[in-house]
Design a binder for this molecule. Sequence first.
Ligand code: SF4
Ligand code: SF4
Length: 331
Amino acid sequence: MITVSSLLDKDWRERYDRISRLNIRSSIYDVTNQCNLRCRGCFFFSSGEQHVTEETDIRKWEAFVDREKDRGVNLAILIGGEPTLFLDRVEAFHDRIPSYCATNGIIKIPRDRFPDMIVGISLWGSSEDEISLRGRDVFSISRKNYAGDPNAYYLYTLTPKQLGRAEDVVMKIEDCGLKVHLQLLSNDEGAAGFSWTPEQLTRARVEMDSLLDKFPKTVISSHYYHEVITTGMLLGRRWGFSECPSVTEPLDKRNPQPKRLIRFIRWGADLKTMHRCCTSATRDCTTCKDGAAHMSWIMVNKRAHIRTARDLKNWIEVYEMFAKLYKYIPW
Ligand code: SF4
Ligand code: SF4
């Protein structure tokens, strides 16, 4: 019988044991419907999911987070809109549950209020790419705000137009003392030239692998994650709604049920609406390239990877990547 012990030597077994002790129950929260940018391809504004009436009473936010904690959530992923526009709401989470804040980096999170909160700064390419897709050179602003911050990293969304040009961006990130995680654009608004062709996805995989090999201290990633997200295949199964682990649990009527995130919900900023999944209900699941969902797809399918040493090590590396991104283990 194939077991974990039969596939791993002592070092790998220790790595496996370290991540196996983690018991993460995450959910995602739209902190606000507002943003100080309007990026072309933003899943939030293109989906209409911002059309809920935002809760403005901070005491209701605090009570809501208390209920979420009671529900067993131990990792709050704060998105938006732009969460830094409402730091009192961010604080309501941060004071109660380990929290991660996604931001475009224009407003600097005050570290005296949030000393250890992990911040993921969205990045859509070089300064020129950001001007074209986001209307401003956001990269220059966010680098100035977060240079050297030990609890911040870039979430770099590669687009087809950046193939062959990502290295310069990663070098700039390394130069300012930050880390970077790579993901792929899903082009929710069908911007011309920004949808992936199979050939471009093959090149993206090569480029992501090369960035990880060249900048191993700066890029937080894994080759297997690159394979899965660019091919959309996991051990012979194809990505799509029927496989997605990041569907809001109370809305999940799929039959048969795939392996999924336990108790996961994505909440709207009215604190009542549950959205379908970690991205948007209007996105086409067959072309969805959401990085976190693909990462979770691998992680929840542990048992399927206990078949060869290489498969299980791939699984461990992806889990470690996730654990590093949320600082459960050091970078
Ligand atoms: S910064 Fe984020 S939430 Fe705001 S428009 Fe851009 S992608 Fe959307
Ligand atoms: S859009 Fe992506 S994250 Fe959402 S249900 Fe579909 S595959 Fe999952």
